[in-house]
Design a protein around this ligand. Structure first.
Ligand SMILES: CC(C)(COP(=O)(O)OP(=O)(O)OC[C@H]1O[C@@H](n2cnc3c(N)ncnc32)[C@H](O)[C@@H]1OP(=O)(O)O)[C@@H](O)C(=O)NCCC(=O)NCCS
Length: 177
């Protein structure tokens, strides 16, 4: 397995506290879709429930020297058909635009395909999120469809792109070259 520049770590209390800032940051929510502001106690209760959910796998993402800068998640894991949806975000703006998004998605793919033995992953990307679309392709996602005007944001409808990857797409992707 290829070594990545980031580490997936268990989401502990400190990670959760930091995450509360990020889920209220318009620079993140513009791309992830959160609508309402989230308070600290609501945030803690939410992550407590998430950690109990056997069909979700959530991680804090850290640099190799231990700085937590974002989170990744597998959501709606289907243990029979062996698929899941991916969610990725960099919360700390200093860490965007440095290639770490690619590394975190690749690390999540490694975990999904090589540890959980999933067969397929998918992701929904807002059409105006150019960085996420490029990152998706680097890890092995292919565009599979467009949900036209699925999203209402800032007074307008936007398309949502569906990306999908089979394990074989990931094995042959740039992230493994
Ligand atoms: C999307 C996100 C994870 C990307 O991570 P990042 O580290 O900033 O991006 P990277 O530096 O790894 O760049 C990924 C690719 O997108 C390209 N890119 C970055 N910003 C871009 C932009 N505004 N327009 C077009 N391409 C862009 C990079 O050049 C790179 O392509 P390359 O591999 O061909 O060089 C990060 O910006 C983020 O967390 N954004 C907010 C939340 C979010 O959008 N999450 C994804 C929801 S689907």
């Amino acid at each position: 397995m290829k070594e990545r520049k980031v580490v997936l770590s268990a989401l502990d209390a400190e990670h959760v506290q930091r995450t509360c800032r990020w889920v209220n940051d318009p620079e993140v929510t513009r791309f992830t879709g959160t609508i309402y502001p989230v308070g600290a106690s609501e945030n803690e209760a939410y992550w407590r429930e998430v950690r109990k959910d056997r069909n979700r796998a959530v991680f804090g993402v850290e640099t190799r020297d231990g700085t937590h800068f974002g989170n990744v998640e597998l959501r709606n894991i289907d243990w029979v058909s062996r698929n899941a949806e991916t969610v990725v975000y960099i919360g700390d703006p200093q860490y965007r635009g440095k290639g770490l998004g690619n590394e975190m998605l690749a690390a999540l793919f490694d975990f999904a395909f090589l540890r959980l033995n999933l067969h397929r992953l998918h992701s929904r990307v807002f059409a105006y999120n150019r960085a996420a679309a490029k990152m998706a392709e680097w890890a092995g996602f292919r565009q599979e469809g467009v949900m036209r005007e699925q999203l209402f944001r800032d007074g307008e409808y936007h398309d949502v792109i569906i990306f999908g990857a089979l394990k074989s797409d990931y094995e042959n992707a740039p992230c493994n070259k």
